[in-house]
Design a binder for this molecule. Structure first.
Ligand SMILES: Cc1cc2nc3c(=O)[nH]c(=O)nc-3n(C[C@H](O)[C@H](O)[C@H](O)COP(=O)(O)OP(=O)(O)OC[C@H]3O[C@@H](n4cnc5c(N)ncnc54)[C@H](O)[C@@H]3O)c2cc1C
Length: 369
């Protein structure tokens, strides 16, 4: 029932690309519109940045601070193959291909370096069953000896691994660069400004309410992560999205080194440019509680120690957690909602929101043209 509501209410990324010509009474001869984007995470900021390219007049509302939630907490892996959840492989690969151009544009316009770089990733197998599955999954297969020669700190229990070329970015910088680039092209970015409701009349949203007053616009985009449900309720729309907690630990590896990202079922170890290693990540239903826990961090540390035994002597620098926006079927919701012609929702990017931000932004831009 709830999934039906979602399917009825908004289009998937693939559907949007299949029908990019969306007519709207808000079209004008110059193709410009006034757009309010609610939510200053990576999705809202990427949308704002993309819309300013089309010369739309954009106002971005962030309740707290830009990137203060999952988007600032994320590890920064741009890995289409790593986990099943968070959109299709095709859309993830397409979004990854959009990064070089996007990064060049926002670094130039914002003056912020986002530390984007290509990075190899290894997915090791510990038993024959895993090995058979991974060999069939694409990428280059390395046997046990090759594995240890490219990544000597891996446990000797590894039977082999798939090696893939992926990429990495620093999420808080990415969010900041997107917002600054949008602002440099005229967007108004308002932090500390929550959307508290909408005025809807005759099947159209007319204005969004904030504590500082109402804002009129032609289009409204709700990209408030797991809070999208609460925000959309303000327009009488039900969006099936919930929070899922993911915890992370930052390790200082001392003498142990890792040069490639290592994936392991739902876990990963990500070497950062400064030599530290991020160990992630849990998947938990904790409501809107985004504090790390003893059990969650213990699980991550055990995993890290098992895969790279030398990390037993690493020091624990920091722990933190974020709330991923998750839909019932794990697919993002990006597109206009049923019943309100000029209201768009963009959420549910689960474990791949950083990776999928460019394609989400392009999808929304296609709807507003
Ligand atoms: C531990 C962890 C690791 C991750 N690692 C990766 C990774 O390596 N690669 C990857 O691609 N993805 C990763 N992800 C997933 C990614 O972080 C998310 O999918 C993505 O950040 C979601 O972005 P968002 O903009 O939809 O939501 P959010 O980041 O939650 O942003 C929503 C924003 O809306 C604001 N807001 C809420 N209510 C209102 C309101 N009423 N008015 C105005 N603003 C409002 C919030 O304050 C928030 O800033 C990870 C997630 C976690 C938790």
């Amino acid at each position: 029932m709830k999934t039906q509501e979602k399917r009825r209410g908004a289009k998937t990324i693939e559907q949007m690309f299949a029908s990019q010509a969306i007519n709207s009474s808000h079209d004008n001869p110059f193709g410009m519109a006034r757009v309010v984007v609610v939510g200053g995470g990576v999705i809202g900021c990427a949308i704002a940045e993309r819309l300013t390219l089309d010369r739309h007049e954009v106002t971005l509302l962030e309740r707290d601070q830009l990137g203060c939630r999952a988007s600032g907490a994320a590890a920064g892996e741009l890995s289409p193959h790593s986990e099943a959840a968070g959109g299709t492989l095709e859309s993830a690969v397409r979004s990854l291909e959009m990064f070089p151009e996007l990064v060049a544009r926002i670094e130039k316009d914002s003056g912020v370096r986002v530390e984007y770089h290509l990075q190899q990733a290894l997915q090791p197998a510990l038993n024959e069953k895993e090995a058979a599955k991974l060999r069939a999954s694409g990428g280059r297969w390395l046997d046990a000896q090759e594995c240890r020669s490219v990544e000597p700190s891996l446990t000797p229990d590894v039977l082999g691994a798939v090696l893939r070329q992926e990429a990495h970015i620093t999420p808080p910088r990415f969010v900041r660069a997107l917002a600054r680039a949008a602002a440099a092209r005229g967007a108004e970015v308002r932090e500390g400004t929550p959307a508290t409701g909408f005025m809807v009349a005759d099947g159209e949203a007319r204005r969004v309410m904030t504590p500082g007053g109402a804002i009129d616009a032609d289009w409204f985009v709700i990209a408030a992560g797991p809070w999208t449900r609460e925000v959309a309720m303000g327009a009488g729309i039900n969006v099936e999205v919930r929070p899922q907690r993911g915890q992370l630990a930052l390790l200082n590896p001392g003498a142990t080194s890792l040069t490639r990202t290592v994936f392991w079922s739902s876990g990963y170890l990500v070497p950062k440019p400064d030599g530290t290693i991020v160990a992630g990540s849990t998947e938990e239903d904790s409501g809107f509680d985004d504090r790390p826990t003893v059990a969650g961090i213990a699980k991550l540390l055990n995993f890290a120690w098992r895969v790279v035994p030398g990390l037993g002597s690493a020091t624990l620098e920091r722990t933190w957690a974020g709330l991923r926006p998750v839909t019932p079927d794990g697919e993002p919701i990006v597109g206009p909602v049923a019943g309100i012609a000029n209201l768009i929702v963009a959420t549910g990017h689960h474990r791949k929101g950083i990776l999928l931000a460019p394609i989400a932004a392009a999808t929304v831009a296609a709807a507003i043209k």
